[in-house]
Design a binder for this molecule. Structure first.
Ligand code: PMT
Length: 220
């Protein structure tokens, strides 16, 4: 039945933003609240999955039945993702991971100085691409937050990151996506696609998880 569609499946989910420190008191981050990733974790657990939830800094309670690991930076999140014990059936990257971090993190608070200062940033590792490349999960599912050319950019990420499924979010619409209660997704995989209509993040999560379960059973 649908209520235990993910019985016994091991699923790792990343959620929330990352924080990239500039000095002991400042960081670079983004508007992810963690709501979408936590909804996925809650619904996957309700469907019988064994869920590991790797979360950036958010203010949400841990969903019932999930093992939670808190992290701060993208590098921490990658370390946690690679350290989850046991063979994973599904890895879902819902976190809004910072693509860049400060080249040097200052040991002391950066003092106010001239009228302009520059920050040098360096690229962070790509967590989901690393998981896909290492075959750390049977099915690797990414999200794509886009403000334009949603389908084209999402398909590019599906291909470039070596993913099995990508769920694209049009975040130019403030009523869905970052920190909203609702979401809507365009889901793509090699050879198929499906729209998930606007609904609560919990309902959207459930529909995405059914799709994931179908792709998983076809892949096995
Ligand atoms: O948290 P909420 O407020 O509920 O908002 C939900 C959301 C908008 C954050 C979520 O639905 C979403 O779209 N998450 C992905 C956000 C994102 O950063 O997308 P991206 O297009 O930059 O990244 C593409 C994929 O690569 C994502 O699966 C991301 O987790 C992953 N990635 C990105 C960069 C990086 N260094 N490592 C990664 O693993």
């Amino acid at each position: 039945s649908i209520s235990n569609a993910l019985e016994g499946k091991r699923i790792t989910i990343t959620a929330g933003p990352t924080r990239e420190a500039l000095d002991p008191v400042r960081y670079i981050s983004n508007h992810s609240s963690g709501k979408m990733g936590f909804a996925l974790a809650a619904e996957a657990a309700r469907m019988g999955a064994l869920v590991t939830l790797i979360s950036g800094p958010v203010s949400l309670p841990t969903p019932t039945g999930c093992a939670r690991i808190n992290v701060s930076s993208a590098q921490d999140m990658l370390g946690a993702a690679l350290n989850v014990p046991g063979e994973q059936d599904v890895f879902i990257g819902c976190a809004a991971v910072a693509d860049y971090r400060a080249a040097d993190v200052a040991d002391q608070k950066i003092k106010k100085q001239g009228d302009e200062i520059s920050l040098k940033l360096v690229k962070n590792p790509d967590i989901i691409a690393t998981i896909a490349q290492k075959n750390n999960a049977k099915l690797v599912v990414g999200f794509a937050a886009e403000t334009q050319n949603v389908e084209q950019y999402a398909l590019g990420k599906l291909e470039n990151k070596g993913l099995d499924i990508i769920a694209a979010n049009d975040v130019s619409d403030a009523s869905i996506g970052f920190n909203a209660e609702h979401n809507a997704l365009s889901v793509f995989w090699p050879g198929g696609q499906q729209q998930i209509a606007t609904a609560s993040k919990f309902k959207v999560a459930r529909e995405l998880l059914y799709l994931i379960q179908q792709r998983l059973s076809e892949k096995l």
